[in-house]
Design a protein around this ligand. Structure first.
Ligand SMILES: Nc1nc2c(c(=O)[nH]1)N[C@H]1C(S)=C(S)[C@@H](COP(=O)(O)OP(=O)(O)OC[C@H]3O[C@@H](n4cnc5c(=O)[nH]c(N)nc54)[C@H](O)[C@@H]3O)O[C@H]1N2
Ligand SMILES: Nc1nc2c(c(=O)[nH]1)N[C@H]1C(S)=C(S)[C@@H](COP(=O)(O)OP(=O)(O)OC[C@H]3O[C@@H](n4cnc5c(=O)[nH]c(N)nc54)[C@H](O)[C@@H]3O)O[C@H]1N2
Ligand code: SF4
Ligand SMILES: [Mo]
Length: 718
């Protein structure tokens, strides 16, 4: 073939990145004549993707075609104990089998376990390995509901903040990223924009070229904080105090917008009284910020319109996280920022995609299970507890897909102890032999987003997208939807819904009366591939800007709720308040473990995804196994940059290399998630984090962790 011929043979197809990321990029994939993907790019025609991808997914083809991809079903070899293989030899614990045998084995064991212990002894475990709506949650949910298995509370990421946002607004909507250029003040609040939300950055840069100021509120000096006009290095877990302190100033100095407050909010008098308790002095003591910084921030926020807060989920991975998100989310309701295009707040835009979840997930099928109802709920954050301590019935079978809990779940030692149980029947559906997969009895190969069909909303923009497979599945890899449909057949589940195609499920998902999806049909989505869902007010006649008028609120009072009767009825504080975490410097435990640890995400990985690939490890090398410390804390412990240190608390310990730098304030240390196998001692950061849940929503508290650190030696090399 000549060069010209081979160029002609290239074909371009589009897909959608399905990683758990607010940007939900549209990707352009170039295929060669054999159908192999040879190039992946951001779609230049997508208004938010704007022609570029993050560094992780720009190298996605290394993942898809990695020689380490899991391509065939496997079974544990007889006599090989779980978790006993040396690093790098995990695959040798398994032998190849066919799909028929794998599915028959799972169906037979599930039936046997269900008969002997009840179906609730079977636990599904999944999160957002893919955010494709179908492969995230459809056929799998149907299967487990029909089985009568335990139900999983999927709390590991965003439920605390999500419920907090709903308690104020009743719907998850926010400022459109495409409106950010209009803003004159941007607060990035617990938002690592360069690391986790890079497609927002060009809009912020545009705003700054127009004169906007960017202030970052984050205990860690992220790249975004370095690039900002101002960085407020707040103490972890104290955001509720800061937001209440700002309210204090706004109200005391009469800087709030009384007309908007009267028209669009509920409970102002109660909030006023609460905010009065949060004097700038008191807030300075809690947050570690100066009185001037707090007062200055409040005044600038009130005086600048449009002002937008990019709040992200970092704030709610803490014990007081729900109250903190509530408090921050109320700020634009005091200043009336929502009335200006480019003003308001963005935590999530996912409310613009009100798919018919009941039709997708079919909880009604539980009535046909041996339970006759939905199985008991297990909080995914407490997997260690569930596997080791749950009784009545104990967990006897675990099916993991879309997740790698051996790395990402808190209290890792407990999780690993549970996964090593010889009497636990574990199935893992994966793209790679992850630290979770190596504990499986049956391993199933999963497709990547280039290999399967799906559709996606987003939580950081307003486009609904359809994703055709770009390439054929590698080896014998199969999508989640296929696996659970097959298993349903083998279990003898006769309901028609187990034979639905992806297209049928798309139609079911779109079958809703919700005005947001009016006019969006499967045919139209398949034809247009990308459809803008414009947020609309609940009742006709409202202004076009979200929350600029009362029609937008979907709370019980029909207004923004400063005071929540719903929370009060649950025995919770109806107003936002600051409560120090049981793992924070104010707590008794701090005498033993005085340092607050941020167990962070890595900029170059997606939680644990990509952390097994050499190219991605090279991008992350500078941060690998690093404990970042403040000089005060390091000097006191005789630690210098490059030293090997042990970080520990009552739950576990970890060896890292110290880096004494300006990334964290005194009293705080930081490290990043990676593969356990890439660490110095086989453990990841989650050996140190706890299964305690946040103030509401049952969410994880990764950022409320106390540790102590000591020097154990010099590093041989760094
Ligand atoms: N590169 C990369 N991108 C990702 C991910 C990844 O692992 N890597 N993960 C994806 C996922 S699953 C999610 S949910 C999103 C989440 O993205 P984000 O919501 O941005 O989540 P985090 O990175 O947890 O936290 C954001 C920032 O909050 C800061 N923070 C921690 N504690 C506090 C606090 O108490 N107060 C304040 N003000 N800030 C605090 C952290 O230092 C961090 O810089 O990102 C997604 N994108
Ligand atoms: N210390 C600490 N821990 C954290 C966090 C933190 O900030 N700090 N962040 C938390 C957050 S926000 C989240 S969301 C969780 C994320 O935790 P997880 O959801 O477990 O995320 P990943 O580590 O990305 O693992 C996803 C796995 O799904 C697999 N996968 C991808 N696509 C498919 C598919 O189509 N089918 C199947 N069967 N598998 C697929 C991937 O190969 C990958 O191994 O981690 C949490 N853990
Ligand atoms: S991970 Fe996020 S930024 Fe990267 S390509 Fe996917 S959607 Fe885009
Ligand atoms: Mo997440």
């Amino acid at each position: 073939m000549t060069l010209r011929d081979s160029a002609l043979a290239l074909r371009i197809v589009h897909s959608v990145c399905s990683h758990d990321c607010p940007d939900t990029c549209r990707v352009r994939v170039t295929l060669d004549a054999s159908g192999r993907a040879v190039r992946i790019q951001g779609d230049p025609d997508h208004p938010v993707t704007r022609g570029f991808l993050c560094g992780k997914v720009a190298q996605y083809l290394d993942r898809v075609y990695s020689p380490e991809r899991l391509l065939y079903p496997m079974r544990r070899r007889k006599g090989v104990a779980k978790g006993s293989q040396p690093r790098g030899q995990q695959l040798q614990a398994f032998e190849r089998i066919g799909w028929d045998e794998a599915l028959e084995t799972i169906a037979a064991r599930f039936q046997q376990i269900s008969d002997a212990h009840g179906p609730e002894s079977i636990l599904p475990y999944s999160y957002a390995g893919t955010t494709g709506v179908l492969n995230y949650g459809s056929m799998d949910r149907r299967f487990f509901h029909r089985l009568g298995a335990s139900t999983l509370a999927r709390t590991i990421c965003s439920t605390t903040g999500g419920e907090a946002l709903l308690s104020v607004y009743g719907i998850k909507l926010g400022v459109d990223p495409e409106d950010f250029p209009q803003a004159r003040l941007i607060l990035a609040w617990g938002a690592n924009i360069h690391g986790n939300n890079i497609h927002l950055w060009p809009f912020i840069e545009q705003a700054r070229r127009n004169g906007a100021r960017l202030i970052v509120i984050d205990p860690y000096k992220t790249r975004t904080a370095q690039a900002a006009d101002e960085h407020l290095a707040i103490r972890p877990g104290t955001d509720a105090a800061l937001a209440l302190g700002m309210m204090h100033v706004l109200i005391a100095e009469n800087l709030y917008e009384a007309e908007y407050v009267a028209r669009c909010t509920h409970g102002f008098d109660a909030l006023r009284q609460r905010a009065a308790e949060y004097t700038p002095q008191r807030v300075a003591e809690c947050t570690g910020l100066s009185v001037d910084a707090i007062v200055g921030l409040a005044r600038e926020y009130a005086a600048t319109q449009p002002a937008v807060i990019r709040l992200n989920y970092g704030v709610q991975r803490a014990q007081n996280g729900g109250a903190a998100v509530r408090a921050v989310a109320m700020l634009p309701c005091l200043t009336g920022a929502w009335q200006h295009r480019g003003g308001g707040l963005q935590l999530s835009t996912s409310g613009a995609f009100p798919f018919n979840r009941a039709a997708l997930e079919r909880p009604d099928l539980a009535a046909a299970s041996p339970m006759g109802r939905l199985g008991r709920e297990v909080n995914m954050v407490q997997l260690g507890h569930a596997l080791n301590e749950l009784s009545d019935p104990p967990v006897q079978a675990l099916f993991v897909y879309n997740s790698n809990p051996a790395v990402v779940a808190p209290n890792q030692n407990a999780v690993l102890r549970g996964l090593r149980r010889a009497d636990l029947f574990t199935v893992v559906h994966e793209q790679f032999v992850t630290e979770t997969a190596e504990h499986a009895d049956i391993l199933l190969p999963a497709t990547t987003f280039l290999e399967h069909k799906d559709f996606q909303g987003a939580y950081g923009h307003y486009y609904l997208q359809w994703a055709q497979p770009a390439i054929a599945p590698l080896g014998e890899a199969r999508p989640n939807v296929w696996v659970f449909a097959q298993l349903a057949q083998r279990m003898g589940f006769a309901e028609d819904c187990f034979r639905d195609t992806e297209e049928a499920m798309l139609a079911q998902a779109l079958a809703t009366e919700n005005p947001l999806l009016r006019g969006v049909t499967p045919e139209r989505l398949e034809a247009e591939a990308c459809i803008r869902i414009a947020p609309v007010a609940r009742r006709p006649g409202g202004s076009a800007l979200p929350f600029s008028s009362p029609e937008w609120f979907q709370t019980p009072s029909g207004k923004a709720e400063f005071f929540s009767e719903t929370l009060a009825a649950q025995g919770l504080d109806p107003l936002p308040g600051y409560v120090a975490a049981t793992e924070s410097r104010q707590a008794n435990l701090a005498r033993e473990y005085p340092l607050e640890m941020l167990a962070r995400k890595a900029d170059n990985y997606m939680n644990s995804t990509f952390a097994n690939l050499a190219g991605h490890q090279a991008m992350e090398a500078e941060h690998a196994n690093l404990l970042e410390m403040h000089a005060d804390d390091a000097v006191r412990r005789g630690i210098a940059t490059g030293d090997r240190v042990e970080v520990w608390n009552a739950r576990g310990k970890l060896h890292l290399r110290a880096k004494v730098n300006g990334s964290v304030p005194a009293g705080v240390v930081a490290c990043r998630m990676a593969w356990n196998h890439a660490s110095l001692d086989g453990h990841g950061v989650n050996v140190l984090t706890s299964e305690a849940v946040a103030d509401f929503g049952g969410g994880a508290t990764f950022y409320s962790t106390l540790v102590e650190v000591r020097r154990t030696g010099e590093m041989a090399s760094s």
